[in-house]
Design a protein around this ligand. Structure first.
Ligand SMILES: *[C@@H]1O[C@H](CO)[C@@H](O)[C@H](O)[C@H]1NC(C)=O
Length: 248
């Protein structure tokens, strides 16, 4: 009984999908969602209003993703999916605002590899990459430094590009430099980080007794993440500091 019903439902569903794909996709009034993508421009779409197809633009910088999809008004960041595949193009030009190439989007910082901007209707909010990560303009997110061209190794690792560096007053966490890039590490259980030998050792050391299982205060880490330091002042593999981020 139940099986029969779900079967007929499935058949009905398949039939309706078939009808939609045969119907004229350009007319939003002929489909259930009442919204269709424009067939040429990925930042435009059509909505059925009072029996008429009306064309709309996505918010500036966004492209049509589908009804109830995307970040706002059925529109999404173009890089989040293949919304804008050839031969479709984004037709509306960018409307720039302070720190924003488009009114909506995620953009690199002008002077920092650890910061970036999220723009919403032209209002920019500064964001920070933490834990030694840097903003990757291709991925539009924070990423390991080795994946981010134009940004540098961290001065924390200047002394020894493959050495360990104490993390503030932490007894069990430390920075491990890997080819100049710092990675946050934690000593194995029951061991503490010794700032003299720069290794995890059996406690006690001068600074650390038996390790407790509770995490150290949050501030300690926040204050010492290399990602939050000023821009590195040494070794820019691609020439000028932050040159990748300079915009015309
Ligand atoms: C975007 O900002 C403009 C003016 O800055 C305002 O008129 C408009 O209502 C805003 N739009 C949204 C969707 O918030």
């Amino acid at each position: 009984m139940t099986l029969g019903r779900s079967w007929s439902y499935t058949i009905a569903l398949l039939a309706s999908v078939a009808v939609v794909s045969c119907a004229q996709v350009d007319d939003p009034c002929k489909i259930k969602s009442r919204v269709v993508a424009d067939d040429k421009y990925c930042d435009k779409y059509w909505e059925c209003e009072n029996g008429q197809a009306v064309q709309y633009d996505c918010p500036n910088g966004l492209v049509f993703a589908g009804k109830h999809r995307g970040v706002t008004e059925g529109c999404d960041y173009p890089w989040r999916s293949n919304y804008c595949e050839y031969p479709k193009v984004q037709i509306n030009p960018p409307i720039g605002a302070e720190h924003c190439d488009w009114l909506y989007g995620i953009f690199g910082h002008e002077t920092s590899c650890t910061r970036y901007w999220t723009c919403w209707n032209g209002t920019a909010t500064e964001q920070l990459c933490i834990g030694g990560l840097l903003y990757n303009e291709n991925a539009h997110s924070c990423d390991w430094p080795e994946n981010v061209d134009g940004c540098q190794k961290h001065p924390l690792c200047n002394e020894d590009p493959n050495g360990n560096v104490p993390l503030g007053k932490s007894c069990n966490r430390y920075w491990q430099c890997q080819g100049g890039y710092p990675r946050l590490q934690r000593c194995p259980a029951m061991l503490v980080f010794d700032r003299r030998s720069l290794r995890c050792v059996v406690p006690p050391t001068d600074e650390c007794e038996i390790i407790t299982t509770t995490s150290p205060p949050q501030e300690e880490e926040e204050n010492l993440k290399p990602g939050q330091h000023k821009r590195p002042t040494t070794e820019y593999p691609n020439g000028q500091p932050g040159s990748q981020r300079i915009r015309n």
